[in-house]
Design a protein around this ligand. Structure first.
Ligand code: C2E
Ligand code: CA
Ligand code: CA
Length: 571
């Protein structure tokens, strides 16, 4: 190529001479000369060919004629700043030809300077790189996820292959994080695919911000993401950072909700001999994380494989338990502090498996939510509890209200209200003697639909209570909008009551708040008399807890009724 440097000694070429040189060059180089304002004074044949303008149409025109609109204004500002200072400028520019088509040129602009060192003309030399750009674009599409813009699975496979060989060579470890959104199906089905997609986009944005230094996040599958970390000393720190991304609610369209993830981590070569094994073990660790409540991470352990088999076993067993009526309900009395009598009971699930032993609901309910069994379980519990309550009330001439826990997933399914109506009809229970407890997690679905559902249930006479208040994502704002009747203050606050004063202040504030919102208050998990006294003093209406009674089997609860209501002795 010609050797032109932007200095005033170039002035010994006249414009005419330069034009002759460029015209004579029969190559693919595209040349234009403009004056200091950007007006075109010369173009070579190749320039005409690629821009599809004739020489007559170009000369005398401002070079901006070819502007494609692709680049931001700042791009050209920077270019003009550089060449205006008499410096050479390099860049890749997208131009628009006369027929509207776009083409890319690798561009170098040389300013020619006068005696004062001011540019008086510019020579731009360009090479057509459209084909390369297209290839780049195609490559980008092939290796990136269309929705989130993150590198895709194919790219991940490449990266893993590279990391694998590098690690084999250098002996350096690397970690693979498998990230899965908990209950994504719930968001997708409940709020619609468009919202689901928008959520994934927002989530990807937040993930990218966790590690903006590199392209470490990959979209593996619908709601599964993978991260590669080379510095294994940072595993814990990164896991926490990723999980923290979900502390803030997601605002998508007009919905605001919280989401959580489970993260499984495996290290090469500690946990795997191949890329496939590394992925598989991170997946296993992810499932282990999921089996505890949301927002957890787990590092792979050797015996997790078995644990995973157990997980599958658990699903089969839970299916069978439900089918064969091997689940059981226990009932914990609720006490009215004004009268010190039992006014109702909460139904709590019990599952005993001959091989696995007692499996606590804290463990199998989240699991049932994951594997899709929760709705069937909910229906079973509701039917059983209503029938039992009706039997007790009928045979002892009582009006005890039975409370049933309903999963946020279940209450958000369409047809929920109809199902409840059917069970009421079938079991002949007075709807005023039925209470549904939903957790703050239901806020995840803080939608008009959920509010509608709750209003319909209340219209039937059913009481709605908000469970575990204070532990989740409670916001006052939300409480105002949410049509509930009862607030159940979580045991965590009750436990704090004595002797520490701030605990008392807290619970008293919660009770006042509830009353200000016209809600009744149940304190959960009351174990000590001292706790009870404070609650009573601050106007709490109802309590539940070991102090009065643990959850009881049907037989024991029947005995309790017989004792409490027949021999006149109050509780
Ligand atoms: P929850 O709804 O908050 O239920 C109260 C839990 O506190 C029960 O645990 C109960 O046994 C326990 N508890 C009651 N009094 C005391 C006390 O004085 N001290 C202490 N330390 N604990 C007390 P459980 O039965 O193990 O149930 C755990 C959770 O499992 C429940 O929390 C609920 O979220 C879920 N669950 C239980 N049964 C069902 C069900 O039928 N459906 C659904 N969706 N979830 C259920
Ligand atoms: Ca409950
Ligand atoms: Ca609770």
């Amino acid at each position: 190529m010609m050797n032109i440097t932007p200095s005033s000694n170039q002035m010994n070429y006249s414009l005419k001479e330069l034009q002759d040189i460029f015209s004579a060059m029969n190559s693919s180089i595209i040349v234009a000369i403009t004056d200091r304002t950007g007006k075109i004074t010369f173009v070579n044949d190749h320039f005409c060919k690629i821009s599809k303008y004739t020489r007559e149409e170009l000369v005398g025109q401002d070079h901006r004629l070819l502007n494609s609109g692709y680049h931001p204004k700042s791009f050209f500002r920077e270019m003009w700043r550089t060449i205006g200072n008499g410096e050479m400028w390099n860049g890749e520019v997208c131009n628009r030809a006369k027929d509207g088509s776009l083409y890319w040129v690798k561009t170098t602009i040389f300013p020619f300077l006068d005696e004062q060192g001011k540019p008086y003309q510019y020579i731009a030399i360009r090479v057509d790189i459209t084909a390369q750009k297209d290839i780049k674009k195609i490559t980008h599409i092939a290796y990136h996820d269309e929705l989130t813009g993150l590198p895709n699975r194919r790219k991940l496979e490449q990266r893993l292959e590279n990391e694998f060989h590098q690690s084999r060579r250098t002996g350096e470890k690397f970690a693979l994080f498998f990230i899965d959104v908990n209950r994504f199906k719930h968001i997708n089905d409940g709020l619609g695919h468009i919202i689901g997609d928008m959520f994934l986009v927002e989530m990807s944005k937040r993930l990218r911000n966790v590690d903006y230094t590199s392209n470490s996040f990959y979209r593996h599958n619908s709601d599964e993401f993978v991260m590669i970390l080379n510095d294994v000393s940072r595993i814990e720190e990164m896991a926490k950072e990723i999980i923290n991304v979900f502390n803030e609610s997601f605002v998508v369209d007009s919905y605001e909700f919280y989401a959580s993830i489970s993260v499984g981590i495996s290290i090469f070569p500690d946990h795997a001999n191949s890329v496939e094994e590394l992925l598989k073990n991170a997946d296993i660790a992810m499932y282990a994380a999921k089996s505890t409540r949301g927002n957890q991470y787990r590092l792979y352990r050797d015996n997790m494989d078995e644990a995973n088999d157990k997980w599958l076993l658990l699903e089969t067993k839970l299916h069978q338990a439900l089918k064969k009526d091997r689940l059981e309900l226990h009932y914990q009395p609720k006490i009215d502090l004004k009268t010190d009598t039992v006014i109702g009971m909460e139904a709590l699930l019990r599952w005993y498996d001959p091989e696995l032993g007692h499996i606590p609901p804290d463990r199998f309910i989240p699991f049932a939510e994951e594997c899709g069994l929760i709705n069937d379980i909910g229906v079973w519990v509701l039917r059983k509890a209503c029938a039992q309550a009706r039997l007790w009330n009928e045979s002892h001439k009582l009006r005890l209200r039975v409370a049933v826990n309903i999963s946020p997933i279940h209450i958000s399914t369409s047809g929920f209200v109809d199902m409840v109506k059917e069970i009421i009809a079938e079991t002949d229970i007075d709807p005023h003697l039925l209470e549904i407890e939903i957790t703050e997690m239901s806020m995840l679905d803080y939608t008009e639909d959920l509010i509608n559902t709750i209003n319909q249930l209340r219209a039937l006479g059913i009481t709605i209570s908000l469970d575990d208040f204070g532990t989740g994502y409670s916001s006052l704002n939300y409480l105002k909008k949410f049509p509930v009747d009862v607030l159940k203050i979580d045991r965590a606050f009750v436990r704090d009551i004595v002797p520490e004063k701030s605990g008392i202040a807290m619970i008293s504030a919660m009770i006042s708040l509830a009353h200000a919102l016209n809600l009744q208050v149940v304190a959960e998990g009351v174990e000590e008399e001292a706790e009870l006294n404070v609650l009573r003093e601050h106007g709490c209406e109802f309590v539940q807890g070991y102090y009065f009674s643990k959850p009881l089997s049907v037989e024991d609860f029947t005995n309790l009724i017989v004792q409490s209501f027949t021999d006149n002795s109050n509780y």
